[in-house]
Design a protein around this ligand. Structure first.
Ligand SMILES: Cc1cc2nc3c(=O)[nH]c(=O)nc-3n(C[C@H](O)[C@H](O)[C@H](O)COP(=O)(O)OP(=O)(O)OC[C@H]3O[C@@H](n4cnc5c(N)ncnc54)[C@H](O)[C@@H]3O)c2cc1C
Length: 445
């Protein structure tokens, strides 16, 4: 049994604490806010349940389902209905379905004929040789400009609030990068992957969109309860001090430890708040570019706009809109809006418009309302809920700074045995990746 300290009580920290404890260790979690969950936060207001941070996750790894199972709350795992497979992209002011098969791929007005007819030749195009190539160049080279503009660009702003000119596939999309590197082509690689035998456990990765019944905070609350409230130190900034091969933690007036292990799970910009001892030797650990995101929950008790039959809609850069995307939350999950009403989650800012969150409140509201009313064809834009949450450090970008950060994290682990480095600065940002990393860190103890 080891004495383990965890820095940060977001989904990564909570998962690592839960599994470290399950493995027989004793845990203490240090969180600077006075609540658990990190950016994961659900709010009940006026008959709506909205998220101020992540709205959904993807069951892309078995660890997601297993976390709910291991917590004994499998019944609370809420997977979106199959209609969530419909995704819309704005082109010339109209929402167009993103093609999902051969026929829709050929008939879609989203892509040019040149790129549609060029698709069968993708396997014969030359393999990329530059590991630092950005996503735009890679996609233009293999698939064509229109696919970059009307599929990849909106995807990147929808998931990372990012920019494909800045994103480096080797770090941000390693699976895609490796398809080309290992098989010479996305299509050939995808076919080879489909043929590979899969372990039975992978069946738990349904690829569906998920949340927790009642909102993602319910998952955080269950984790907090399972770990034991007495094992949390909330509302204080912890400082880790190496001492005789172990670690002491100072938080406020109090000192805790000694700990055999310290698991760091806060964001990359916070490394040296908790680990000042590592700053001089490993400055690269907090080299990170964040996308700013404003998340706007817009609720209507009576919905009069376009049918909300899908996951949501994304706005390509080429369309020059102020908003990045809209998620149809009340379609995805139950009880998010009163019956007959709707809840939308609208994303604004990102690397495209980093200054929008500095606009005066009324200007910001007017700008968002105008875009949403127009795109969703809402005749009377008089919502019953309009809640804005600004995140100045929302999504870390997996750009050219990533290898610098990764090297520094590895250096810290080597210099300070027992310290384990995690958080969304490495290994991906999605909820599934966060849960899997938390569990992996616990197993490394
Ligand atoms: C607006 C927004 C929308 C998103 N949407 C989605 C989505 O739809 N789907 C998806 O899969 N992902 C989404 N993401 C990404 C995903 O939510 C995050 O990557 C994930 O929740 C991060 O979890 P975490 O535990 O690693 O970090 P966090 O949730 O950031 O938790 C880190 C914790 O560490 C604490 N902390 C910081 N510094 C210190 C310190 N010095 N000492 C102690 N504690 C500290 C913080 O207070 C925080 O509680 C979204 C993110 C944002 C911001």
């Amino acid at each position: 049994m080891k004495n383990v300290a965890i820095i940060g009580a977001g989904i990564t920290g909570l998962s690592s604490a839960f599994y470290a404890q399950k493995n027989g260790n004793s845990v203490k979690i240090f969180e600077k806010m006075d609540r658990v969950g990190g950016v994961m936060h659900s709010v009940h207001k006026n008959g709506f349940i909205f998220e101020t941070g992540p709205s959904t996750g993807s069951v892309s790894l078995p660890e997601v389902t297993e976390l709910y199972e291991d917590l004994g709350i499998k019944d609370l795992l809420e997977e979106a209905p199959s209609v969530a497979g419909n995704r819309y992209i704005l082109k010339h002011g109209k929402l167009r379905p993103l093609p999902s098969g051969l026929v829709s791929g050929l008939t879609t007005p989203l892509f040019s004929w040149k790129d549609k007819f060029g698709m069968p030749f993708e396997p014969f195009r030359k393999r990329g040789t530059d590991p630092n190539e950005n996503l735009s160049t890679m996609v233009r080279r293999r698939l064509g400009q229109s696919i970059l503009d009307y599929a990849i660009d909106p995807f990147v702003s929808g998931v990372y609030a990012g920019n494909p000119d800045v994103m480096i596939p080797k770090y941000a999309l390693p699976k895609l990068y490796n398809l080309e590197q290992d098989h010479g082509s996305f299509i050939r690689g995808a076919i080879a992957k489909m043929k590979e035998p899969k372990p039975e456990r992978n069946k738990k990765a349904t690829k569906k969109v998920f949340s927790t019944k009642g909102g993602l905070s319910v998952l955080a609350e269950h984790l907090e309860q399972a770990i034991g409230k007495e094992n949390f130190v909330l509302g204080k900034n912890p400082v880790v001090v190496p001492e005789n091969g172990k670690y002491k933690i100072l938080a406020g007036e109090d000192s805790y430890g000694p700990f055999d292990n310290v698991i760091f799970t806060a964001g990359a910009s916070h490394v040296f708040e908790a680990l000042p001892c590592a700053q001089e030797k490993f400055p690269g650990a907090s080299e990170v570019l964040y996308a700013k995101v404003s998340e706007v929950a817009i609720g209507f008790k009576k919905w009069e706009g376009v049918p909300l039959n899908g996951f949501g809609a994304l706005m390509p850069s080429k369309e020059h809109r102020n908003i990045l995307g809209i998620l149809y939350m009340s379609t995805l999950f139950e009880n998010r809006a009163p019956k007959g009403g709707a809840l939308l989650s609208v994303f604004v800012g990102g690397l495209r418009h980093p200054d929008f969150m500095d606009l005066p409140e009324d200007k910001f509201r007017e700008m968002v309302s105008k875009d949403v009313a127009d795109i969703m064809q809402i005749p009377h834009m008089e919502p019953d809920l309009f809640e804005v949450t600004h995140h100045a450090e929302a999504i870390p970008q997996y750009d050219l700074k990533t290898p610098v950060r990764e090297e520094a994290y590895k250096g810290i682990e080597k210099e300070y045995p027992g310290i384990l480095m995690g958080g969304n600065g490495i290994d991906g940002i999605g909820m599934a990746k966060r849960i899997a990393q938390g569990r992996d860190l616990a197993n490394r103890v």
